[in-house]
Design a protein around this ligand. Structure first.
Ligand SMILES: [Zn+2]
Length: 316
Protein backbone atom coordinates (compact mmCIF):
# COMPACT_ATOMS: atom_id res chain seq x y z
CA UNK A 1 0.00 0.00 0.00
CA UNK A 2 2.04 2.88 -1.24
CA UNK A 3 3.21 5.08 -4.03
CA UNK A 4 0.21 5.56 -6.21
CA UNK A 5 -2.52 6.98 -4.05
CA UNK A 6 -4.08 9.93 -5.78
CA UNK A 7 -3.95 12.91 -3.52
CA UNK A 8 -7.43 14.33 -3.65
CA UNK A 9 -9.85 15.54 -1.01
CA UNK A 10 -10.95 12.00 -0.17
CA UNK A 11 -7.41 11.00 0.75
CA UNK A 12 -6.05 14.32 1.94
CA UNK A 13 -5.32 12.90 5.38
CA UNK A 14 -4.66 9.59 7.08
CA UNK A 15 -4.55 7.93 10.46
CA UNK A 16 -1.38 6.01 11.21
CA UNK A 17 -0.04 3.72 13.89
CA UNK A 18 3.65 3.49 14.67
CA UNK A 19 4.89 0.40 16.47
CA UNK A 20 8.13 0.55 18.40
CA UNK A 21 8.88 -3.18 18.67
CA UNK A 22 11.93 -3.03 20.97
CA UNK A 23 9.87 -1.16 23.55
CA UNK A 24 6.48 -2.67 22.68
CA UNK A 25 4.99 0.80 22.40
CA UNK A 26 2.61 2.45 19.97
CA UNK A 27 1.89 5.93 18.73
CA UNK A 28 -1.37 6.72 17.00
CA UNK A 29 -1.83 9.89 15.04
CA UNK A 30 -3.35 11.70 12.14
CA UNK A 31 -1.59 13.63 9.43
CA UNK A 32 -2.86 15.87 6.68
CA UNK A 33 -0.66 15.10 3.73
CA UNK A 34 0.75 12.14 1.89
CA UNK A 35 2.25 9.05 3.55
CA UNK A 36 5.22 9.65 1.26
CA UNK A 37 6.08 13.02 2.73
CA UNK A 38 8.74 13.52 5.38
CA UNK A 39 6.34 13.67 8.32
CA UNK A 40 6.74 10.92 10.90
CA UNK A 41 4.92 11.71 14.15
CA UNK A 42 4.28 14.54 16.56
CA UNK A 43 4.61 12.85 19.94
CA UNK A 44 6.12 15.02 22.60
CA UNK A 45 7.18 11.97 24.60
CA UNK A 46 8.61 9.64 22.02
CA UNK A 47 11.94 10.43 20.40
CA UNK A 48 11.73 12.47 17.23
CA UNK A 49 13.05 10.96 14.01
CA UNK A 50 12.85 11.56 10.30
CA UNK A 51 12.02 9.18 7.47
CA UNK A 52 15.76 8.79 6.89
CA UNK A 53 16.60 7.66 10.39
CA UNK A 54 13.66 5.59 11.57
CA UNK A 55 14.91 3.71 14.63
CA UNK A 56 15.49 -0.03 14.29
CA UNK A 57 12.39 -2.13 14.84
CA UNK A 58 10.01 0.79 14.35
CA UNK A 59 7.31 0.37 11.73
CA UNK A 60 4.23 2.27 10.62
CA UNK A 61 0.83 1.13 9.48
CA UNK A 62 -1.70 3.36 7.77
CA UNK A 63 -5.06 2.60 9.33
CA UNK A 64 -7.31 4.73 7.13
CA UNK A 65 -7.47 7.49 4.55
CA UNK A 66 -10.09 10.19 4.26
CA UNK A 67 -10.85 13.86 4.46
CA UNK A 68 -9.09 15.86 7.13
CA UNK A 69 -12.23 16.11 9.20
CA UNK A 70 -13.04 12.40 8.93
CA UNK A 71 -9.54 11.54 10.04
CA UNK A 72 -9.72 13.98 12.96
CA UNK A 73 -12.83 12.26 14.19
CA UNK A 74 -11.45 8.76 13.62
CA UNK A 75 -8.20 9.57 15.41
CA UNK A 76 -10.14 11.00 18.31
CA UNK A 77 -12.37 7.92 18.58
CA UNK A 78 -9.45 5.54 18.36
CA UNK A 79 -7.50 7.39 21.02
CA UNK A 80 -10.48 7.39 23.36
CA UNK A 81 -10.77 3.65 22.81
CA UNK A 82 -7.05 3.10 23.47
CA UNK A 83 -7.18 5.26 26.54
CA UNK A 84 -9.75 2.94 28.04
CA UNK A 85 -7.82 -0.20 27.19
CA UNK A 86 -4.08 0.02 26.97
CA UNK A 87 -2.98 3.62 27.34
CA UNK A 88 0.28 2.72 29.03
CA UNK A 89 1.46 1.12 25.82
CA UNK A 90 1.04 4.37 23.91
CA UNK A 91 3.42 7.26 23.43
CA UNK A 92 0.38 9.48 23.00
CA UNK A 93 0.13 11.70 26.01
CA UNK A 94 -3.32 13.13 25.70
CA UNK A 95 -6.61 12.97 23.90
CA UNK A 96 -7.49 16.58 23.60
CA UNK A 97 -11.18 16.24 24.24
CA UNK A 98 -13.01 19.45 24.83
CA UNK A 99 -10.24 21.58 23.40
CA UNK A 100 -11.15 23.46 20.26
CA UNK A 101 -14.56 21.87 19.98
CA UNK A 102 -13.44 18.33 20.70
CA UNK A 103 -11.01 18.12 17.82
CA UNK A 104 -7.95 18.58 19.90
CA UNK A 105 -5.02 20.85 19.42
CA UNK A 106 -3.03 21.92 16.47
CA UNK A 107 -3.09 19.75 13.42
CA UNK A 108 -5.93 17.72 14.88
CA UNK A 109 -8.09 20.77 14.63
CA UNK A 110 -9.80 21.57 11.33
CA UNK A 111 -9.06 25.25 11.96
CA UNK A 112 -5.38 24.45 12.42
CA UNK A 113 -3.28 27.57 12.29
CA UNK A 114 -0.04 25.90 11.43
CA UNK A 115 2.01 24.78 14.37
CA UNK A 116 0.94 26.52 17.53
CA UNK A 117 0.11 23.11 18.99
CA UNK A 118 3.51 22.69 20.59
CA UNK A 119 4.06 26.33 21.34
CA UNK A 120 7.21 26.26 19.25
CA UNK A 121 5.77 27.84 16.18
CA UNK A 122 4.53 31.06 17.61
CA UNK A 123 6.44 33.01 15.00
CA UNK A 124 4.56 31.46 12.10
CA UNK A 125 1.29 31.86 13.94
CA UNK A 126 1.96 35.57 14.45
CA UNK A 127 2.97 35.94 10.82
CA UNK A 128 -0.22 34.31 9.59
CA UNK A 129 -2.27 36.46 11.89
CA UNK A 130 -0.52 39.56 10.63
CA UNK A 131 -1.44 38.54 7.08
CA UNK A 132 -5.04 37.95 8.20
CA UNK A 133 -5.21 41.38 9.83
CA UNK A 134 -3.94 42.94 6.62
CA UNK A 135 -6.48 41.05 4.56
CA UNK A 136 -9.26 42.19 6.88
CA UNK A 137 -8.12 45.81 6.59
CA UNK A 138 -8.15 45.69 2.79
CA UNK A 139 -11.53 43.99 2.74
CA UNK A 140 -13.08 46.71 4.91
CA UNK A 141 -11.34 49.42 2.92
CA UNK A 142 -12.73 48.03 -0.31
CA UNK A 143 -16.17 48.03 1.25
CA UNK A 144 -15.82 51.79 1.55
CA UNK A 145 -14.94 52.31 5.21
CA UNK A 146 -12.51 55.04 6.19
CA UNK A 147 -9.32 54.43 8.14
CA UNK A 148 -10.86 55.75 11.37
CA UNK A 149 -14.00 53.67 10.96
CA UNK A 150 -11.97 50.53 10.34
CA UNK A 151 -9.79 51.16 13.40
CA UNK A 152 -12.88 51.72 15.49
CA UNK A 153 -14.60 48.53 14.34
CA UNK A 154 -11.54 46.28 14.22
CA UNK A 155 -8.55 47.72 16.06
CA UNK A 156 -6.43 44.83 14.79
CA UNK A 157 -7.14 45.40 11.10
CA UNK A 158 -4.16 46.74 9.19
CA UNK A 159 -3.88 48.94 6.14
CA UNK A 160 -0.90 49.65 3.86
CA UNK A 161 0.84 52.93 4.59
CA UNK A 162 -0.62 54.90 1.65
CA UNK A 163 -4.17 54.20 2.86
CA UNK A 164 -3.56 55.39 6.40
CA UNK A 165 -5.18 58.72 7.40
CA UNK A 166 -3.07 61.89 7.40
CA UNK A 167 -3.57 62.24 11.13
CA UNK A 168 -2.15 58.82 11.83
CA UNK A 169 0.75 59.48 9.45
CA UNK A 170 1.53 62.71 11.32
CA UNK A 171 1.44 60.90 14.64
CA UNK A 172 3.83 58.23 13.41
CA UNK A 173 6.16 60.82 11.87
CA UNK A 174 6.26 62.78 15.12
CA UNK A 175 7.12 59.61 16.99
CA UNK A 176 9.88 58.80 14.52
CA UNK A 177 11.28 62.31 14.77
CA UNK A 178 11.38 62.14 18.52
CA UNK A 179 13.10 58.79 18.39
CA UNK A 180 15.64 60.25 16.00
CA UNK A 181 16.29 63.31 18.09
CA UNK A 182 16.79 61.28 21.23
CA UNK A 183 18.85 58.72 19.41
CA UNK A 184 21.63 57.00 21.29
CA UNK A 185 25.18 57.51 20.12
CA UNK A 186 25.85 53.80 20.18
CA UNK A 187 23.75 50.66 20.36
CA UNK A 188 26.40 48.01 20.98
CA UNK A 189 25.31 47.60 24.63
CA UNK A 190 28.69 46.17 25.60
CA UNK A 191 30.09 46.89 29.03
CA UNK A 192 33.45 47.59 27.40
CA UNK A 193 31.92 50.50 25.46
CA UNK A 194 32.41 53.81 27.18
CA UNK A 195 29.08 55.18 26.03
CA UNK A 196 26.92 52.08 26.52
CA UNK A 197 28.38 51.00 29.86
CA UNK A 198 26.92 54.18 31.38
CA UNK A 199 23.47 53.29 30.11
CA UNK A 200 23.57 49.60 30.93
CA UNK A 201 20.67 48.34 32.96
CA UNK A 202 21.24 46.60 36.25
CA UNK A 203 20.41 42.88 36.35
CA UNK A 204 17.47 43.71 38.60
CA UNK A 205 16.14 46.24 36.12
CA UNK A 206 16.50 43.75 33.26
CA UNK A 207 14.64 41.17 35.30
CA UNK A 208 11.91 43.66 36.15
CA UNK A 209 11.44 44.72 32.52
CA UNK A 210 11.33 41.14 31.33
CA UNK A 211 8.71 40.30 33.91
CA UNK A 212 6.72 43.34 32.88
CA UNK A 213 6.75 42.52 29.18
CA UNK A 214 5.89 38.88 29.77
CA UNK A 215 2.98 40.04 31.89
CA UNK A 216 1.72 42.24 29.06
CA UNK A 217 2.19 39.38 26.63
CA UNK A 218 0.22 37.04 28.88
CA UNK A 219 -2.62 39.50 29.16
CA UNK A 220 -2.73 39.86 25.38
CA UNK A 221 -2.62 36.09 24.87
CA UNK A 222 -5.65 35.71 27.09
CA UNK A 223 -7.66 37.69 24.54
CA UNK A 224 -6.74 35.29 21.76
CA UNK A 225 -8.94 32.18 22.16
CA UNK A 226 -6.54 29.93 20.28
CA UNK A 227 -3.51 30.94 22.30
CA UNK A 228 -5.48 30.85 25.52
CA UNK A 229 -6.77 27.34 24.88
CA UNK A 230 -3.29 26.27 23.88
CA UNK A 231 -1.72 27.65 27.04
CA UNK A 232 -4.34 26.03 29.22
CA UNK A 233 -3.78 22.71 27.51
CA UNK A 234 -0.03 22.95 27.88
CA UNK A 235 -0.29 23.72 31.57
CA UNK A 236 -2.83 20.93 32.05
CA UNK A 237 -0.39 18.47 30.46
CA UNK A 238 2.39 19.81 32.68
CA UNK A 239 0.28 19.44 35.80
CA UNK A 240 -0.55 15.88 34.88
CA UNK A 241 3.08 14.95 34.37
CA UNK A 242 4.37 16.84 37.38
CA UNK A 243 1.83 16.10 40.07
CA UNK A 244 4.48 15.50 42.74
CA UNK A 245 6.41 18.62 41.77
CA UNK A 246 3.28 20.73 41.97
CA UNK A 247 2.42 19.30 45.38
CA UNK A 248 5.90 20.19 46.59
CA UNK A 249 5.45 23.73 45.26
CA UNK A 250 2.18 24.01 47.13
CA UNK A 251 3.81 22.72 50.31
CA UNK A 252 6.66 25.19 49.97
CA UNK A 253 4.28 28.05 49.39
CA UNK A 254 2.12 26.96 52.30
CA UNK A 255 5.07 26.70 54.65
CA UNK A 256 6.32 30.11 53.56
CA UNK A 257 2.97 31.80 53.85
CA UNK A 258 1.51 29.87 56.75
CA UNK A 259 -2.15 29.01 57.01
CA UNK A 260 -4.64 31.66 56.01
CA UNK A 261 -6.04 33.46 59.03
CA UNK A 262 -9.79 32.95 59.05
CA UNK A 263 -10.35 33.65 62.70
CA UNK A 264 -12.89 36.14 64.00
CA UNK A 265 -13.95 38.83 61.55
CA UNK A 266 -11.81 37.31 58.82
CA UNK A 267 -13.99 34.21 58.73
CA UNK A 268 -16.36 34.36 55.77
CA UNK A 269 -19.08 33.09 58.07
CA UNK A 270 -18.46 35.79 60.67
CA UNK A 271 -21.67 37.28 62.06
CA UNK A 272 -23.82 34.87 60.10
CA UNK A 273 -26.04 32.16 61.52
CA UNK A 274 -27.13 28.81 60.20
CA UNK A 275 -30.81 28.52 59.38
CA UNK A 276 -32.95 26.42 61.77
CA UNK A 277 -33.13 23.65 59.16
CA UNK A 278 -29.37 23.48 58.81
CA UNK A 279 -28.95 23.51 62.56
CA UNK A 280 -31.33 20.60 62.86
CA UNK A 281 -29.40 18.68 60.22
CA UNK A 282 -26.08 19.28 61.92
CA UNK A 283 -27.47 18.20 65.26
CA UNK A 284 -29.02 15.04 63.82
CA UNK A 285 -25.79 14.13 62.13
CA UNK A 286 -23.83 14.59 65.34
CA UNK A 287 -26.06 12.30 67.35
CA UNK A 288 -24.54 8.94 68.00
CA UNK A 289 -21.20 10.03 66.63
CA UNK A 290 -18.29 8.72 68.66
CA UNK A 291 -16.06 11.57 69.78
CA UNK A 292 -12.88 11.50 67.75
CA UNK A 293 -10.67 11.44 70.83
CA UNK A 294 -12.60 8.90 72.85
CA UNK A 295 -10.20 6.76 74.87
CA UNK A 296 -7.22 8.46 73.33
CA UNK A 297 -5.20 9.82 76.17
CA UNK A 298 -2.11 11.28 74.59
CA UNK A 299 1.35 11.86 75.89
CA UNK A 300 2.87 15.31 75.45
CA UNK A 301 5.33 13.97 72.90
CA UNK A 302 2.63 12.24 70.93
CA UNK A 303 0.59 15.43 70.92
CA UNK A 304 3.46 17.35 69.40
CA UNK A 305 4.00 14.78 66.70
CA UNK A 306 0.32 14.70 65.95
CA UNK A 307 0.51 17.51 63.40
CA UNK A 308 3.08 15.74 61.23
CA UNK A 309 1.75 14.47 57.97
CA UNK A 310 -1.50 16.41 58.09
CA UNK A 311 -0.19 18.81 55.46
CA UNK A 312 0.51 15.98 53.06
CA UNK A 313 -2.97 14.63 53.60
CA UNK A 314 -4.43 18.06 53.11
CA UNK A 315 -2.72 18.61 49.80
CA UNK A 316 -3.66 15.24 48.42
ZN1 LIG B 1 28.32 51.11 22.61
Amino acid sequence: MCGTITHNKMTEAFVYLWYDAPNKMYYLGKHKGSPEDSYTHSSTIWEAFTKDNIPEGVTRRILAYGTDEEMCILEYELLINRKKRCWDRYYNDNVCDGVYGGFGLGENNPTWKGGISLGNNRKKYEKDKYAEDKELGMKLYNEGYSYDEIKLMHPKARLPYHLISQEEKDRRNAMGRERYENKRECYCRKSSCEYCSELLLTPEEIKRRKAESSKIRNEKDKLDPIKDAHKKEVSRIWEEKNKEKRRQQQRDRYVKKGPTDISGKKNPFYGKKHTPETRKKISEKAMGRTPWNKGKGMSRKKLERQGEGTLDAFLK
